[in-house]
Design a protein around this ligand. Structure first.
Ligand SMILES: Nc1ncnc2c1ncn2[C@@H]1O[C@H](COP(=O)(O)OP(=O)(O)OP(=O)(O)O)[C@@H](O)[C@H]1O
Ligand SMILES: [Mg+2]
Length: 229
């Protein structure tokens, strides 16, 4: 198993947001996480990816328990093995697009070809610009390039296509599926988009702090066949 969460609980103040969620994620799988706004999807992703420790419960990456790691080991794991696309991009405003993408590289690890990647995402003309000069959708694609360039073992995406139009969303989902196929990258993808959910191998729904549904998609549709309403 690539990633395993056991009875993860998280509260903010007195409010219990995650009430005990367990989940196992295999390599080379594309899992979509659905759920109402405020249901704790981002919180759950943050606990799985080591960004925020749960109040209770454990998370393992392969045989390593990440909830038991010391700060330095955790930081190293995050830098080497995981990619993260945040809901609000988190680009560094003083760095160019090229430099922002290069922040995602891990020294000594074979990376994706930058030129090929930016061409796929159609941001090749933006490499010398700064984030402040980009549209929301362009920033989002830069954030995706930064997250995948090091070929992470697992990619966490929080509304990674929220700011994109239909054509660009398709391109991003296609790219992610290709990365999964080619490199075995597992993807956990939070979205409200039910079309994207149809392209996933598995769809889980979080509701009232619990894992409400967990469904395997026997016949995921290719990203190119998604239809926006
Ligand atoms: N750092 C925090 N401090 C206090 N409360 C928080 C914090 N982060 C999230 N919350 C609360 O936890 C709940 C779940 O938030 P979360 O961001 O995980 O929801 P979500 O499912 O990702 O929603 P959305 O679809 O709108 O992004 C919300 O009620 C939110 O206000
Ligand atoms: Mg969220």
């Amino acid at each position: 198993m690539l990633l395993r969460a056991e009875n993860v609980k998280k509260q903010f103040g007195k409010e219990e947001i995650l009430k005990g969620i367990s989940l196992e994620v295999r390599e080379k799988t594309f899992t979509v996480i659905l759920g109402p706004s405020g249901s704790g999807k981002s919180t759950f992703l943050n606990t799985l990816s080591g960004l925020m420790p749960p109040n209770e419960g454990k998370v393992w990456f392969r045989e390593k328990e990440i909830t038991g790691m010391r700060e330095k080991e955790l930081a190293e794991w995050k830098r080497k093995s995981i990619g993260y696309v945040f809901q609000n991009y988190m680009l560094l405003n003083r760095l160019t697009v090229r430099e922002n993408i290069e922040v995602g590289l891990y020294p000594g690890q074979e990376s994706l070809d930058l030129q090929e990647l930016v061409q796929t995402l159609e941001i090749d003309g933006l490499l010398d610009k700064f984030p402040g000069q980009l549209s929301g959708g362009q920033k989002q694609r830069v954030a995706i390039a930064r997250a995948v360039i090091k070929r992470p073992e697992i990619l966490f995406c929080d509304e990674a296509t929220g700011a994109l139009d239909e054509a660009n969303s398709k391109k991003v989902v296609e790219l992610l599926c290709e990365l999964k196929q080619k490199f075995g990258i597992a993807i956990l993808f939070v979205t409200h988009n039910l079309q994207i959910a149809q392209t996933a191998d598995r769809v889980i729904t979080i509701k009232d702090g619990l894992l409400h549904k967990d469904r395997i998609n026997e016949n995921p549709i290719p990203a190119s066949e998604m239809v926006w309403e």
